[in-house]
Write a protein that binds this ligand. Structure first.
Ligand code: ADA
Length: 564
């Protein structure tokens, strides 16, 4: 499944899973190996390709009944070139964002679909660089084919804000048309017992944006303990005939920032949870839905209420499940630790802008997402870097003014961007990375940074500890609690959570990290990453619990979601 619920009753959409052929290719396009693989998956989970970095051609045949065709790719890592009957029909960069390709009219019968994926670190790739998580290769998320009428609903966004009586809602939809056939296209949306008419599409280059404002009373709000969800069902009519539909799932919840407080539906919250990489054992970043669900079971069992999708947008099934469970999400654009030089890559701005746009347009409706994040630990301390942060914050505000924006910084006493963001987020590692002079108690460490932040911001803002943690090798226990032992990790995490959550100024603590993850072999810091893994998980890469899992569970159990 592409989503965790049915998204169409009218539109013909079919997932293209099952077995595909995979051929590894040389840079010149010569075939060097042939395999049968299931889609989605990454080629690192194929025997013999565990370390393959290069090009791979996936192929399968698809049947169409002669209508207009559109292809949906939820993720191809990291660059995908798509061919339909040998014709190049699309190109996409970034493993972590979905994209679609309109093929248009096809002849009824069988067609060849080929996807050439590339996971090489070439100068063209500004965001996928050797890093503290691994860039895999292949079709890592589901693929689907749609057969469409002459027009279809591309997206449907519903934005809700609380009023004294209930909710004001703004509904926006985008409709696309293959050709101007002189017919009129009208759209309506069914939501919470109402049918809202969005009127007749006025096309500009075969695209039309339609919108309507309405209000709701007596609906059940979305909150962590009562994550009520509603289906918004858009129906498209051609000269009055029902031809296409799209269902989205929404929640009635709003987010407000009031000084240092984060308010969800008027209630002040404290976020407690984890940073999570989308990765599992030998499956790489192609995590099946049962394992996504299992991760969420484990995370919820630690009394957490919050997950940060470090450091890229996640599979939408993860977001669907967070919506259902009432887990708060910080969804993040793609970038980790890019210095100014890397941010000056000629492709950086465009690749970042595309990633943010694809993330927000596709994930707009998820009530679980309560903030957007950008540029983890990039050059927020240089003038050029700050210019890039500003560009991205402005883009996010234009795409979605309803959610606060933030970024996790490590440039604590040099950051130039604190006043640009709605929530200030800092990554701190007291008691772990102590050699650069920060062996303070967690709260003391925070206070020193806080004093500096206060000199930078024009008014008070909520502050989140977006990362803190310590590493442990699974199974390594010592009486002396030495570094890398599970015992030491427990000591540090307890001190971090108890210390930081005791401050009224802090709105959340996210542990680095949920599960151990693989890193790229040529990542600069490999020498502090035993097993070529980042070992700061409270569970290992196969989700075996370390002792720290129980420590976090106990500590988070004492912290309430709502502040009095
Ligand atoms: C950083 C970074 C994480 C991870 C972490 C660590 O803060 O944001 O991706 O690398 O450090 O383990 O050192």
């Amino acid at each position: 499944m592409l989503r965790m619920f049915e998204t169409h009753e009218k539109r013909k959409e079919r997932e293209l899973g099952g077995l595909w052929k995979l051929e590894t290719l040389s840079s010149e396009g010569n075939v060097s190996g042939e395999y049968r693989v299931t889609v989605p998956s990454v080629w690192e989970s194929v025997v013999g390709l565990e370390d393959y970095r290069g090009l791979g051609r996936y192929s399968t045949t698809v049947r169409t009944s002669g209508g207009n065709v559109r292809l949906i790719f939820k993720g191809v890592s990291h660059t995908g070139d798509i061919y339909f009957d040998k014709k190049h029909v699309g190109h996409h960069y970034n493993a972590y964002t979905p994209f679609t390709i309109e093929i248009g009219a096809t002849e009824a019968g069988e067609h060849l679909l080929e996807v050439v994926a590339d996971n090489r670190f070439t100068p063209d790739s500004a965001l996928h660089v050797p890093n503290d998580y691994r860039t895999y290769g292949g079709i890592n998320r589901p693929v689907a084919i749609e057969e469409l009428a002459n027009a279809y609903v591309e997206y449907l966004h519903v934005k809700n804000s609380r009023t004294e009586k209930g909710w004001d809602s703004e509904i926006v939809a985008k409709v696309r048309r293959f050709s101007d056939n002189g017919k009129a296209y009208t759209l309506s949306v069914d939501l919470a017992g109402k049918t809202v008419e969005l009127g007749t599409a006025v096309f500009d280059s075969n695209r039309a944006i339609l919108s309507a404002k309405t209000s709701f009373e007596g609906v059940d709000e979305w909150m962590p303990e009562t994550p009520n969800l509603y289906i918004a069902h858009a129906k498209l009519f051609e000269d009055g005939e029902y031809i296409d539909d799209l269902k989205e799932r929404i929640g009635f919840r709003d987010i407000k920032i009031d000084g240092e407080k984060i308010l969800i539906n008027g209630k002040q919250i404290f976020l407690k949870g984890f940073n999570r990489h989308e990765e599992y054992g030998t499956l790489g970043c192609a995590v099946p839905e049962n394992l996504i669900n299992y991760d969420l079971d484990i995370i919820e069992s630690t009394n957490s209420n919050f997950i940060r999708t470090s450091h890229y947008p996640n599979d939408e099934r993860f977001l669907d499940l967070c919506d259902e469970r009432g887990i708060f999400v910080w969804e993040e654009g793609h970038a980790r630790g890019l210095d100014e030089n890397k941010m000056k890559n000629p492709n950086f701005k465009k690749q970042s802008a595309d990633c943010l746009e694809e993330m927000v347009i596709n994930h707009f409706n998820h009530p679980s997402i309560i903030m957007w994040g950008i540029l983890n630990e990039c050059a927020s301390h240089t003038e050029y870097g700050a210019e890039c942060y500003k560009l991205q914050y402005d883009q996010l505000k234009a795409l979605d003014p309803s959610r606060p924006r933030t970024s996790a910084t490590c440039w604590h006493l040099k950051d130039l961007c604190y006043d640009m963001e709605d929530i200030v987020s800092i990554n701190i590692y007291p008691r772990w990375y102590t050699w650069y002079g920060n062996d303070y108690a967690p709260l003391e460490h925070y206070q020193k940074i806080r004093e500096y932040i206060d000199t930078c911001v024009s008014s008070k803002k909520p502050i989140i500890i977006s990362e803190c943690g310590a590493a442990a090798i699974y199974g390594y226990r010592t009486f002396s609690h030495v570094k890398w032992s599970e015992d030491r990790q427990c000591d540090v995490l307890r001190e971090l959570i108890e210390g930081l959550s005791s401050s009224d100024e802090i709105s959340g603590v996210a542990i680095w990290q949920f599960a151990d993850c693989r890193i790229d072999g040529d990542f600069r810091d490999w020498n502090s990453r035993p097993k070529t893994q980042n070992n700061k998980g409270v569970v290992d890469i196969y989700r075996n619990p370390k002792q720290s899992y129980y420590t976090v569970k106990e500590c988070f159990g004492k912290i309430k979601t709502y502040k009095d």
